[in-house]
Ligand binder design. Structure first.
Ligand SMILES: NC(=O)c1ccc[n+]([C@@H]2O[C@H](COP(=O)([O-])OP(=O)(O)OC[C@H]3O[C@@H](n4cnc5c(N)ncnc54)[C@H](OP(=O)(O)O)[C@@H]3O)[C@@H](O)[C@H]2O)c1
Length: 258
């Protein structure tokens, strides 16, 4: 058999493989089979939206969540799969897991968060306080637990919790932001504990501070744009090794004090 005939046979065999049922396997409308998958919470605006934009532009299969998908105009314009999720609603979290089925998720970014500003102990409103802990701390715990079967099927096994420097006890020289600081300090503790539990399975868990960024939460005078923050955080996430698991870092890769 000549070299030419052999390559024709090889091409025919490849064409047949692609044409067979399952040859193009589980690729969904977004081509999920051939690309790494990221799941991002709170992706209809701010940092979550920019994460979705950049990962989609980089060829990832992006599953982006919003509390109100029908109103998530900027997100719906992207080539991403949009799913409903309120991280404080148990039914919504269960529905998300059900929608995912047994699809692998390589990277989970627990990004959704709120920042009520209570700067004196007397101004703390109990409902706001509990809601902050529910969204910023319990939310990532519930979501991670619900999608763990999907993360176990993923190849990269990375979980990134978007925290804040305001959650650092060591750096806290302030006298403000009751609720938010506690919620992020607890999120940091969750990250470390989770890293301990899932490390033996090959998971890498990181608490990642995005910097002070010009979003609805960060305000217009913040020094970083969402593009800058997300570009830098994506670099950190891409470079993570098992030795980094359980860490607390800033968007620029700098290790933060607990
Ligand atoms: N921006 C900063 O300077 C800064 C600094 C340090 C840390 N961070 C952290 O970075 C993350 C993103 O912040 P951001 O600046 O992008 O804030 P943002 O612009 O206010 O966006 C917050 C996102 O979280 C979503 N969200 C709020 N409550 C939710 C819930 N119960 N369930 C699901 N999603 C919910 C919001 O959805 P809706 O539109 O439906 O409300 C929105 O998509 C947060 O965890 C924040 O604490 C931000």
């Amino acid at each position: 058999m000549t070299a030419n005939r052999m390559s024709i046979f090889t091409l025919l065999a490849l064409a047949l493989l692609v044409a067979l049922p399952g040859g193009n396997a589980a690729a969904d409308a977004h081509g999920a089979a051939s690309r790494p998958t990221v799941l991002i919470t709170g992706a209809n605006r701010g940092l979550g939206l920019e994460f979705a934009k950049q990962y989609a532009a980089d060829g990832w299969h992006v599953i982006a969540t919003a509390r109100k998908p029908a109103q998530a105009d900027a997100l719906n314009e992207l080539d991403v799969r949009v799913l409903q999720l309120d991280v404080t609603d148990l039914e919504s979290v269960a529905a998300l897991a059900k929608s995912l089925g047994d699809a692998p998720v390589d990277l989970l970014i627990n990004n959704a968060g709120i920042f009520p500003r209570a700067s004196t102990i007397e101004s703390v409103d109990y409902e706001d306080y509990m809601r902050t802990l529910a969204v910023n701390t319990a939310g990532p715990v519930l979501v991670t637990s619900a999608v763990l079967p999907n993360l176990r099927k993923g190849e990269r096994k990375k979980i990134v919790n978007i925290t804040s420097r305001l959650g650092s006890i060591e750096l806290n020289s302030g006298n403000n932001f009751y609720g938010y600081r506690e919620s992020k300090a607890a999120l940091n503790m969750f990250s470390k504990t989770l890293a301990g539990e899932l490390g033996p399975e090959g998971f890498i868990v990181l608490a990642l501070h995005p910097g002070w960024v010009a979003t609805d939460m960060g305000g217009a005078s913040a020094p970083l744009s969402p593009e800058q923050s997300i570009t830098a955080m994506r670099n950190v996430i891409a470079g993570l090794t098992p030795e980094d698991s359980g860490g607390y870092r800033s968007y620029d890769g700098k290790v933060e004090p607990w």
